[in-house]
Design a protein around this ligand. Sequence first.
Ligand code: G3H
Ligand code: 13P
Ligand code: ZN
Length: 325
Amino acid sequence: MSQKPYEELGLVNTRELFKKAVAGGYAIPAYNFNNLEQLQAIVTACAETNSPVIIQVSKGAREYANETMLRYMAMGAVKMAQELGADIPICLHLDHGDSFEICKSCVDSGFSSVMIDGSAHSYDENVAVTKKVVEYARKFDVSVEGELGVLAGVEDDVSSEESHYTKPEEVEDFVGKTGVDSLAISIGTSHGAFKFKCKPGETPPPLRFDILEKIEKKIPGFPIVLHGASSIPQKYIEIVNKYGGKMENAIGVPEEQLRKATKSAVCKINIDSDGRLVVTAMIRQVMAEQPEEFDPRKYLGPAREELIELLKHKNKNVLGSADKA
Ligand code: G3H
Ligand code: 13P
Ligand code: ZN
């Protein structure tokens, strides 16, 4: 096995990306993908905006798409970006790995970064499994993200009714004992398209920037990750609902809140639901307006185009990662 299995795929780990993002007051986009069109959209948007990018795969996505297929898709992503004339760093990351075994398998197959999400365990068990993953990943210079605190919503098979905010008093000990490269925290975001219980037109409660500040005082400059950061643009909810969908009261994190977060040590922002939403909205629209179509390219193509526009907007106006490659 090569010392860094991901290097032959043209991928990078997160070290330099995070260092520059923390110093520069922006965040690296971490976009989830499961299929070809999503990945093409991510690569195109990031190439056109000259943005570094983390392409990430959940445990479920890995089962859906096949780990070997994903390895070569990531290599294809690197080549495609080059062909588009972009010299952008691309990192392939396992999102919410829930065991040492899955993290090891991803390291071995060419992922350049893994998350070990031990947040469902006790503190001590979380430390132990995270440390074990770090010790293995270190040998191959693969980055490791840990998590402290629990987000509401579904984290793969782990679902939680309520979020448990990260305890600032634990972060220094956790980072010191485990040796992680970055830390995912819980400050009020959640996974999915229904993040806050608000009435239509009401503004969701702000994120807990007070907790973030306390965390930053304990581990100054240490790379922080924000999960559950989709904004759920209402424009797409309206399209979904207009064309037979049912996504009432869907609501996300306001873009200004994310923009504010990027000015801190938050240097990786995870977005999955927004991509799913755009794709679903456009497929529903094409299917409803052109019921005779049965060529997948005719509905997946427009979905891909719209996703490119959304991701370009995020890189330029929300994460601030455009032109930071
Ligand atoms: O954090 C959760 C991600 O959105 C992945 O979701 O497990 O349904 O692929 P998934
Ligand atoms: P969203 O559901 O808000 O897109 O969050 C995705 C995420 O955190 C992936 O790990
Ligand atoms: Zn997540």
